[in-house]
Design a protein around this ligand. Structure first.
Ligand code: GLV
Length: 302
């Protein structure tokens, strides 16, 4: 029996794999931790947990964990890939439609009593069907968004660091940005994707284009994005993630034609339960001397 720290409340039933272990809500004398993306584990934090063998995050993103530092300390780090792809793609596609058709802005008008009647020239958005979608980052979630786009008769381009050899691959991000009507971001946050969509690249996008970000906030320069929206150099934006969550840039809050969601990409009952269960299952496996499928540094278990 090992002691397992769970840093946050998990969905009912998801901790079943840990039966037989002692689950605690605080303390540092633990062999395993189940955490979430708001818990930062840098080298200094890891040093507080001297008996730690494994750290599992209930998220696919792991930019909040210093995996190299964990590896040096012999801690196996696990995340939850796969189980949230379709749910996150649903949300990204929802944002594509909501931003293109100005859902938030026009609904706000209605609620504020500003809808005085049907107007042929009022509240005109951009068509999603038939538009060109540019998927940046062509992993599992990017591909799930591309599958949805096929149902809307969209032309789909994709860009990734490594050539995919598949139809629609665009080697130069700049070319994709200049061509797409809708750009949807699906890259992990790393040193090379931080501010990937910066002022210069935003300026390459069409003034009629829509930007959707369900990956990580720091991938986009928020100040530059707000400026592009204010100046009408970008048609609309749909965001689920922010540079300094839970703070949202004040200029984005005020920016026109912008849909802002509070990091809910994977937030369904079924998916959050599956994610938490997978994290707990990975912890069970490491504690049992097995190598879990979702381990980011399996060498430490060799
Ligand atoms: C959510 O953002 C995740 O990384 O799972």
């Amino acid at each position: 029996m090992a002691r397992v720290l769970i840093t946050t409340e998990l969905p009912p039933g998801s901790t079943d794999p840990l039966s037989g272990h002692e689950v605690v809500g605080a303390g540092t004398d633990v062999e395993a931790i189940v955490c979430q993306l708001t818990d930062r584990f840098d080298a200094e934090t890891l040093d507080r947990y001297r008996e730690l063998r494994t750290l599992a995050t209930v998220s696919v993103g792991f930019d909040h964990i210093d995996v190299d530092a964990a590896t040096t300390r012999g801690v196996a780090v696990c995340n939850t890939p796969g189980v949230l792809d379709e749910t996150t793609a649903d949300l990204a596609f929802g944002l594509i439609i909501a931003a293109s058709r100005l859902f938030w802005t026009v609904e706000a008008d209605l609620r504020a009593g500003l809808w005085t009647g049907f107007g042929l020239l009022d509240r005109l958005g951009r068509d999603v069907h038939g538009a060109t979608l540019g998927v940046v980052g062509y992993g599992r979630i990017g591909r799930a968004v591309a599958r949805r786009a096929a149902g809307f008769d969209m032309a789909v381009l994709h860009h990734s660091r490594t050539p995919t050899g598949e139809p629609g691959f665009v080697a130069e991000l700049e070319e994709l940005l200049a061509t797409a009507d809708v750009v949807s971001l699906h890259v992990p946050l790393t040193a090379s994707t931080r501010r990937l969509i910066d002022r210069r690249r935003l300026a390459l996008m069409k003034a009629t284009a829509v930007l959707v970000n369900t990956s990580r906030g720091p991938v986009v320069d928020e100040e530059a994005l707000a400026e592009a929206l204010e100046e009408g150099r970008l048609f609309a934006a749909g965001l689920d993630v922010y540079e300094r969550e839970p703070a949202v840039h004040t200029r984005l809050l005020a920016a026109p034609r912008t849909v802002l969601l509070p990091h809910v990409g994977s937030a369904t009952v079924a998916t959050r339960t599956a994610m938490a269960r997978l994290a707990c299952e990975s912890v069970r496996a490491v504690l049992a001397g097995e190598v879990p499928a979702t381990c980011l540094n399996p060498a430490v278990l060799a």
